[in-house]
Write a protein that binds this ligand. Structure first.
Ligand SMILES: *Cc1c(COP(=O)(O)O)cnc(C)c1O
Length: 623
């Protein structure tokens, strides 16, 4: 199965933004200082005056209300905004600027643009700035008085700690919020959440297409500081008395007149078309954030069942906005990592690894910023297995399921390849009664999971979870028949099935399943005997590795069909090698009009045998 959508599909522009852009083009007023001729720049700014202002001037006011800053200066990119911030903060040529060793190339580039020298900091497994390294580098570089803290891919470093460290050391903090708009950090002192961007003296934002706001290109400087604001306004390209056409500024004309002669004009303005497409997006930011986070949660939940995938679990202080997913691949060889990337790409899921020579987020590729590559062994280790995938709002729930399925399918396939051996301890082909089944499973429990993972069993379970998401609703009541240690339950749970019940013959297996905390209840069941469950209680039951090799008597179906609701589904994985032993019994129910077939599909994940998934619907009760 292949995924065919492009994860680089940007978010569309709301229709009112499109209409406004067309109106603007008709008037030709694209320059940010093209105000309506009725605007009286000497009047006090009232809402009436604001309506006469240009799109950019209005956007600045509206965006500052969202971020909670006094002043907002629009620019042509976040890279430009960072450059302006450094200049405004007084960075001189040759000055040292602390910054993340794991970020996007635009960040060190802005430092180089300002004539300064980046000092790179290590990141940790949560992709945060490593605080010990920060403290160490502050000690080692006592002349480093500026810090661009980049919230890379919305992973927020310990902002409260960093705020304090910077305050103590007299370091000027600039937050790069290009990819963290809307994120929050809980301030323990103030006992409230503060938006990311509120912790530094300056915050910079981006509206490049792959960020939360999309205007193709665009950026912002946000600050509460009068002088920084005045500097950025002038340096972005405001001359003569045009500062009067900024409505998110210090209303202190003397300050502008005084600073003007000493501030260069770098021409980094935003134009009105850009602002016209952005303004309606600010109004829908919150709903957009919840749409992105919903998709992220779904995908993260699917991936979380894979042992080799480590998803960063953010600290409790943080509220994240996730328009992309990052995870670390654990316990794979370099060759396996390579295959993982190639095979997922072949199936349409284009994952990037940060620490690659073709990735602009890998510090070794920033040769323009150093003579000798910085030593960042911890960062190097983390980003060499750190995967990155953009989540597009054009993906629906089925798309997310498919992406998650493909990622795990490839991964489970790679793990399966590791061993050439088959089951160490195959099941005997014949069981002599219930006791022999119980003792086999009780003995098996300690190495059951490992053996099954290595043998490719998880490929089947992942497929089943994915498949069932198109046959069942997430709150359907499902009985996992022969749930064992809960391997299938975990996969089902990863696809958001939460109303799970389990039953098994082996008490020791049930103890393991219990520890997973995914089943509503777990009970000992002996198939073929009475189940002690009411008629019509389940929307579905599902069973893998149970109806095989004569482990279960044929009369077990009777009880299992009884407990299904009419229209409920029976989902069973059979072994092809069993010569239709169980399938023939199911067919009897078809001919009695008790069940009807929904699906019969062959699947061969194991080396040792082939399987068949059978899904049947209960259409009536037996008279
Ligand atoms: C995109 C990005 C930037 C640069 O933003 P532009 O608007 O493209 O200049 C800077 N930092 C981070 C973390 C980014 O993701």
């Amino acid at each position: 199965m292949k995924f065919t959508k492009d994860s680089k599909i940007p978010d569309p522009i709301p229709s009112c933004g499109i209409e406004q852009a067309i109106k603007l083009m008709e008037t030709g007023r694209l320059y940010r200082y093209n105000f309506s001729t009725e605007f009286n720049e000497n009047a006090d700014i009232s809402s009436l005056e604001l309506e006469l202002a240009s799109e950019v001037a209005q956007l600045e006011v509206e965006f500052s209300e969202y971020t909670g800053h006094k002043y907002m200066i629009a620019a042509n990119s976040c890279g430009s905004a960072l450059f302006l911030s450094l200049k405004a903060a007084g960075v001189q040529p040759g000055a040292k600027v602390l910054t993340n060793g794991f970020t996007f190339t635009a960040v060190p580039s802005s430092i180089v643009h300002a004539g300064a020298v980046p000092i790179y900091l290590e990141c940790n497994e949560l992709y945060q700035v490593d605080l010990d390294d920060l403290k160490g580098k502050i000690q080692a570089h006592r002349d480093a008085k500026f810090f661009i803290l980049s919230h890379m891919r919305g992973h927020i470093s310990d902002l409260q700690a960093i705020e304090e460290i910077c305050h103590q050391a007299g370091i000027y903090l600039i937050e790069d919020c290009a990819h963290s708009l809307g994120s929050k950090w809980y301030d323990k002192n103030q006992k409230r959440e503060r938006l990311v961007g509120q912790y530094g003296q300056v915050a910079c934002f981006s509206s490049q297409s792959y960020k939360l706001l999309n205007s193709g290109e665009g950026g912002f400087v946000a600050t509460n500081d009068d002088k920084i604001a005045a500097y950025c306004i002038l340096a972005a390209g405001c001359y003569e008395k045009l500062y009067k056409k900024h409505l998110s500024r210090p209303f202190d004309d003397g300050l502008f007149e005084q600073m003007k002669p000493s501030v260069p004009n770098f021409s980094l303005r935003m134009n009105n078309l850009t602002a016209a497409v952005l303004r309606p997006q600010i109004k829908i930011l919150e709903s957009k954030i919840s749409e992105y986070n919903k998709r992220y949660e779904q995908l993260a939940n699917i991936l979380a069942s894979a042992e080799n995938i480590q998803l960063p679990s953010p600290p409790e202080e943080v509220y994240r906005v996730c328009d992309s997913i990052q995870f670390n691949l654990l316990n794979l060889t370099n060759e396996q990592v390579e295959k993982f990337i190639t095979r997922t790409a072949e199936r349409g899921v284009k994952i990037q690894i940060f620490g690659r020579l073709d990735n602009s987020r890998y510090f070794k590729n920033w040769k323009y910023s150093f003579d000798e590559a910085p030593e960042l062994p911890q960062t190097e280790k983390i980003i060499s297995v750190a995967c990155d995938l953009r989540i597009s709002l054009s993906f629906d729930a089925n798309d997310i399921n498919l992406i998650g399925y493909i990622i795990k399918d490839v991964l489970y396939g790679l793990i399966k390849e590791e061993t050439q051996a088959d089951y160490k301890t195959a099941l005997s082909d014949h069981f002599e009664g219930v006791d022999s089944v119980i003792s086999k499973y009780d003995e098996w429990v300690s190495y059951y999971d490992e053996e099954h993972t290595k043998n490719g069993w998880k490929i089947l379970l992942n497929y089943l979870g994915y498949l069932l998401s198109s046959y069942l609703k997430s709150n359907d009541k499902i009985l996992d028949v022969g749930c064992g240690t809960g391997l299938l339950g975990q996969e089902l749970n990863s696809y958001n099935f939460s109303n799970l019940y389990g039953g098994d013959i082996s008490k020791s297996s049930l103890e393991v399943a219990q520890s997973l905390n995914i089943y509503k209840s777990l009970d000992t069941v002996i198939l073929g005997a009475e189940l002690g469950i009411e008629d019509s209680s389940f929307d579905a039951w599902v069973s893998t590795g149970v109806f095989t090799r004569n482990q279960v008597p044929l009369n077990a179906f009777e009880e299992l069909i009884r407990i299904l609701k009419v229209q409920g589904l029976l989902i069973v994985v059979l072994r092809v090698e069993d010569n239709d032993f169980y399938y023939n019994k199911i067919k009897e129910y078809y001919s009695q009009n008790t069940l009807e077939e929904v699906l019969k599909e062959k699947i061969s994940p194991l080396r040792s045998c082939n399987h068949e998934i059978v899904i049947a619907r209960k259409i009536g009760d037996k008279k």
